[in-house]
Design a protein around this ligand. Structure first.
Ligand SMILES: NC(=O)c1ccc[n+]([C@@H]2O[C@H](COP(=O)([O-])OP(=O)(O)OC[C@H]3O[C@@H](n4cnc5c(N)ncnc54)[C@H](OP(=O)(O)O)[C@@H]3O)[C@@H](O)[C@H]2O)c1
Length: 266
C-alpha cells in the first residue's frame, strides 16, 4: 500500500530509542522528513545517525525536554523552518515510574502529569499553527502514544493509569474541534512491547517479587491473546498507517496494539 507520505514532514517526540524511534524509522522508510527529539543531545544525535544510515539524511535531531514548554515551542519552530512546514505530530515521552498509592508524594504525581499529559497538550498546542497550514495545502495528522493502561489500568502503574486517561480526554476533544479543518487526531495504545522501558519495568517488578526478569516478561507475554510480547516495528507499522493519508477518515479513535491484552469488547 502507498501511504502517501513521500515528501511529508513530521515531528516525533521521545525518539532517541524505543517506540518513538521505531515510528521515526517507519516514517523515513515511507519518504518522510522527520525531526526527532529527546532530552539528551548525544542520544538524539546517535539516533539520527542510525536513522540516516541509508544515506538519505531524512532525520533531524533536536534536543528538547517535552516537560518544558519553551523548549517545545523552539523545537517545533526549528523543525517547521527546516522542512518548510509540518504535516505530522507524534506526541510521546518516557513512562512514569511504577508503584502503588503509598509510593508517591504530590510532586511525583505532578511530574507524571507533566511528563505524559502536559507534554501531549503543549506539543499539540504549539504544533497547531503548522498543522492547520499543512491541512489547507495537503494533509495533517496527530498521533498520541499512550498505553494499554488507558483502557485497562495495570495495578502497579498508578501514575500511568491516571495521566493516560487525561490524554484520552484531550485527544477526543481535539479530534472533534480539528475535524472541520481536516486534521485527524488519534491515540495509539501499546501493550507490552520490547523496549528499554519494558526492561526497566520488569527489573522493578523483579526487585519487588524476587522473580527473574525473564519469568516476568514471559508471564506478560502469556497475558495477551497472541501469547507474546510485541516488537517495536509491529507497533510502528500501525502508527504509520494512522498518521498517513490512507487513514484520512479515521479520527478520535484509540487503537490498541497489544496482541489482544485488553479484554473489553470495545
Ligand atoms: N514499551 C512498552 O511495553 C510500553 C507499554 C505501554 C506504554 N508504553 C509507553 O509508551 C511510551 C514510549 O515507551 P518506550 O517503551 O519507547 O520507552 P523508552 O524506551 O523508555 O523510550 C522513551 C523515549 O522518550 C525519551 N524521553 C523520555 N523523557 C523525555 C522527555 N522529558 N522529553 C523528551 N524525550 C523524553 C527518551 O529519550 P532520552 O532519555 O534521550 O530523553 C526515549 O527516547 C512511554 O510513555 C511508555 O510508558 C510503553
Amino acid at each position: 500500500m502507498d501511504f502517501g507520505l513521500e515528501g511529508a514532514s513530521a515531528f516525533v517526540a521521545g525518539a532517541s530509542s524505543g517506540l518513538g524511534k521505531a515510528i521515526a524509522a517507519e516514517l523515513i522508510k515511507e519518504g518522510c522528513r522527520v525531526a526527532i527529539c529527546s532530552r539528551d543531545q548525544a542520544r538524539i544525535e546517535a539516533a539520527a545517525d542510525d536513522l540516516n544510515l541509508s544515506g538519505k539524511k531524512l532525520a533531524v535531531p533536536i534536543a528538547c525536554d517535552v516537560t518544558d514548554e519553551d523548549q517545545i515551542k523552539e523545537a517545533l519552530r526549528e523543525s517547521a523552518e527546516a522542512f518548510g512546514g509540518l504535516n505530522i505530530l507524534v506526541t510521546n515521552a518516557g513512562g512514569p515510574p511504577p508503584g502503588f498509592v503509598d509510593d508517591f508524594d504530590a510532586s511525583a504525581w505532578r511530574d507524571a502529569l507533566e511528563l505524559n499529559l502536559m507534554s501531549t497538550i503543549n506539543l499539540s498546542r504549539h504544533a497547531l499553527p503548522f498543522l492547520r497550514a499543512a491541512a489547507k495545502d495537503s494533509f495533517a495528522s496527530i498521533l498520541m502514544v499512550t498505553s494499554l493502561t488507558s483502557k485497562q489500568p495495570v495495578p502497579s502503574l498508578y501514575l500511568s493509569n491516571v495521566s493516560r486517561a487525561g490524554v484520552q480526554g484531550f485527544a477526543k476533544s481535539l479530534s472533534e474541534e480539528l475535524g472541520p479543518a481536516g486534521i485527524t487526531v488519534n491515540t495509539i495504545l501499546p501493550g507490552y512491547t520490547r523496549t528499554d522501558r519494558l526492561r526497566h519495568l520488569s527489573e522493578a517488578q523483579s526487585e519487588r517479587s524476587g522473580q527473574s526478569t525473564e519469568e516476568i516478561e514471559a508471564e506478560w507475554g502469556q497475558n495477551c491473546a497472541l501469547r507474546r510480547i510485541g516488537t517495536e516495528s509491529e507497533f510502528a507499522a500501525a502508527a504509520t498507517f494512522l498518521l498517513s493519508r490512507r487513514a484520512s477518515y479515521i479520527t478520535g479513535v484509540s487503537l490498541s496494539v497489544d496482541g489482544g491484552a485488553v479484554k473489553s469488547l470495545l
